[in-house]
Design a protein around this ligand. Structure first.
Ligand SMILES: Nc1ncnc2c1ncn2[C@@H]1O[C@H](COP(=O)(O)OP(=O)(O)OP(=O)(O)O)[C@@H](O)[C@H]1O
Ligand SMILES: [Mg+2]
Length: 268
């Protein structure tokens, strides 16, 4: 358990032969809760997909839970909430069934769900505030509710590493607060979190460290609170500096000024 949850060393990740994230160094210890920030198209999704084996590692090293990406023996040790996806509108499955899919990697080849699996599904659905919709078809849920079903599916797997790509996008404020509470509990239980987000406000109490991706490069790695230093006198948008500090980081804020950038060494 001494291996980091995530280790990137000189990692280049992309699609086909096109590099998107370049020469990235990042080490996330088990149990850390890290925000991935950056403007649209900067490479956040590509970075997180690279951790799942869904984007191509074109160079360097990408290791997840101590194993090269894609070679992780036990599926289910890494949970993933993809960006934008809701559940297919044509899907006749119920909330219980879709969330139950999250348990499949834990069942074994011919395994049938047991009491522990049913409890994990019920807990996950309760955690995202959809307990009263357990037997409803997911197609009957709103887009934001469907996002929460996908969060529940990832939680039900009880993963060691949970990668979430904008889990709060399109989700109302009350549900964001509920999700923050859930993630706080999951993090306290030792799960490593990597959360791509454009707005850290709701999750500021959970995510302590931040990584900023800018044009495929990691340009900041440090305390989440430190990203706010970007609004210092050297920032590219002086009008932002004049505003009172806002809780959380938004992407309409300027990027970190060069002197605010603190890159960790790879040993972290
Ligand atoms: N499947 C793909 N094939 C080729 N290029 C892609 C693919 N997906 C994304 N890209 C390109 O990779 C770059 C980074 O995209 P990515 O989705 O990682 O950005 P992002 O930081 O997640 O942005 P957003 O905040 O909009 O979600 C973009 O230029 C995009 O066009
Ligand atoms: Mg994205």
């Amino acid at each position: 358990m001494t291996d980091p949850a995530i280790r990137l060393a000189g990692a280049t990740i992309g699609y086909g032969d096109v590099a998107i994230v370049r020469d990235a160094d990042l080490s996330v210890r088990r149990g850390e809760a890290v925000a991935v920030l950056g403007s649209n198209g900067s490479g956040k999704t590509t970075l997180s997909r690279g951790l799942l084996g869904l984007a191509t590692v074109l160079g360097g090293t990408v290791e997840v839970l101590g194993a090269p990406v894609g070679r992780l023996r036990e599926r289910g040790r890494v949970g993933y909430v993809p960006q934008r996806h809701t559940v297919s509108g044509a899907m006749p499955a119920t909330v219980r069934e879709v969330v139950g899919v999250g348990r499949l990697p834990r069942l074994g080849l011919f395994g049938r769900p047991g009491a522990r699996d049913r409890a994990a599904v019920a807990e996950a659905v309760h955690a995202v505030g959809l307990a009263d919709r357990l037997d409803d078809p997911v197609a009957a849920l709103s887009g934001g509710q469907q996002r929460r079903v996908l969060v529940a599916r990832a939680l039900a797997a009880e993963p060691e590493l949970l990668v979430m790509d904008e889990p709060t996008a399109g989700v109302d404020a009350a549900s964001q607060a509920a999700l923050a509470g859930v993630l706080a509990r999951v993090a306290a239980a030792g799960t490593t979190l990597l959360v791509v987000t454009h707005e850290t406000g709701p999750l500021a109490g959970v995510l302590t460290r931040a990584v900023v991706v800018d044009s495929g490069r990691l340009t900041y790695d440090g305390p989440l609170a430190g990203v706010g230093a970007a609004t210092g006198p050297d920032c590219h948008h002086p009008e932002e500096a004049a505003r009172p500090p806002v809780r959380g980081y938004r992407l309409d804020q300027p990027r970190p000024a060069p002197d605010a950038v603190r890159l960790r060494d790879g040993s972290r």
